[in-house]
Write a protein that binds this ligand. Structure first.
Ligand code: PLP
Length: 407
């Protein structure tokens, strides 16, 4: 039983008003709100257990280390990795991809080698590869998509060449909501002997993810998009693959021994975790994962699916509504434009009604170019959104539409 009203009491921010109107928070694709349990855990650790991890013999340091390392185990369990050696803590999706792009390209690629990405990637899964293209001469190949927002699987197959060294694709598009068939796309890449990185920023909060069932080689996500704190995220990698990669940054916990002549590096996962980790953030993230696990990821997925279907039906009733992304498998992200109303105007006027949506290119300018637009309005749902909030959005859009009709 999904008791939405009870769940909402865990998120105090949902009770606030903006401009005197009840807040309708529909910007979960950008970041999610935090349940009381997460905030209190973070506060509790600062008040009771704060000490630097890994390096202390004293009680507090050992307790903080235990919390930090048990958070790694929580993440392992959440995505069903084989070992905690495969869970590297980072600052978020963006840092995870940058880490992988830098270390993978440095050690596994040569000038002229190719990485396959897709048309619908977030800039965080484009620019790190372009930096490598500038520095090392690697080449980017891009999977095209159809007008509904499905990646063209035949074209994908044709992009592979003996020079292909990695595929890096989003599990769920942050603009179109498309759920890409990553399991099949991973199998196709593996048939060519090519490993796959999956950007899970928009999937981890909304569906069960099992990295072994997907056979993903690398999987990355951000804590703040899954009801956890900002500044902490995860890079999952198969142990044998992570083992082959050099360290990313130097300092702190990533060393085994340092002398001026020669430094040796720590074991996984510490090899990739230079400096004091965000050990409070990792405890907060673990608490967030416990929170969603207690509700059940499959239950959350079913609830959000129904809400999204309802929202799509209601939004399609609005005259001049254009929804971008009509893939058969889609998550709770809805991008749209209404008539000739600029996305920025729509977002600003909705905001005055208390409705928080995102406007613009959503860090996916190449996708905007493919769609032939500059930007969209985007409503994105979380586990606490309701049909009443969808109704408020629909009423708000209609009100703005009428204002523009009469102007
Ligand atoms: N990838 C996707 C698909 C995203 O939606 C986002 C954030 O919107 C990112 C990557 C970047 O996430 P972060 O800014 O948390 O690193």
């Amino acid at each position: 039983m999904y008791d939405i009203q009870q769940i909402r009491t865990d998120f105090p921010i949902l009770n606030r008003t903006v401009y005197g109107k009840p807040l309708v928070y529909l910007d979960n694709g950008a970041t999610t709100q935090k349940p009381r349990q997460v905030v209190e855990t973070i506060m509790g650790e600062y008040y009771n257990t704060n000490a630097n991890v890994h390096r202390g013999v004293h009680f507090l340091s050992q307790q903080a280390t235990e919390l930090h390392e048990s958070s790694r185990e929580t993440v392992r369990r959440f995505i069903n990795a084989r070992s905690t050696n495969e869970i590297v803590f980072t600052r978020g999706t963006t840092e995870s991809i940058n880490l992988l792009a830098a270390t993978f390209c440095q050690s596994q690629m040569q000038a002229g080698d190719e990485v396959i990405i897709s048309t619908m990637e977030h800039h965080s899964n484009i620019v790190p590869w372009q930096l490598q293209a500038m520095q090392r001469g690697i080449v980017l190949r891009v999977i095209p998509m159809d007008d509904e927002g499905n990646l063209l699987q035949d074209e994908y197959e044709h992009l592979f060449s003996p020079k292909t060294k990695l595929v890096s694709i989003a599990h769920v598009s942050n603009v179109l909501g498309t759920v890409n068939p990553v399991r099949e796309m991973i199998a196709a890449a593996h048939a060519h002997g090519v490993p796959v990185l999956v950007d899970g920023a928009q999937s981890i909060p909304h569906m069960p993810v099992d990295v072994q069932a997907l056979d993903a080689d690398f999987y990355v996500f951000s804590g703040h998009k899954v009801y956890g704190p900002t500044g902490v995220g995860v890079l999952y990698g198969k142990e044998d693959l992570l083992d082959k990669l050099p360290p990313y940054q130097g300092g702190g916990e990533m060393i085994q021994h340092v002398s001026f002549e020669r430094t040796t590096f720590n074991e996984l996962p510490f090899k990739f975790e230079a400096g004091t980790p965000d050990y409070i953030g990792t405890t907060g993230l673990a608490k967030a994962l416990d929170y969603v696990s207690a509700l059940g990821m499959d239950v959350i997925a079913a609830y959000e699916h129904e809400l999204t279907q309802y929202a799509l039906r209601r939004l399609e009733e609005i005259p001049d509504m254009r929804i971008f992304g009509q893939a058969p498998e889609r998550g709770g992200v809805i991008s749209f434009l209404v008539g000739r109303i600029h996305h920025f105007d729509m977002g600003t006027l909705l905001d005055r009604l208390g409705i928080a949506v995102r406007t613009g290119h959503h860090c996916a300018q190449p996708l905007m170019a493919r769609l032939g637009i500059e930007g969209t309005v985007r409503a994105s749902f979380g586990l606490y959104n309701t049909k009443e909030e969808v109704d408020a959005l629909v009423a708000g859009i209609d009100r703005v539409r009428r204002m523009f009709l009469n102007s």
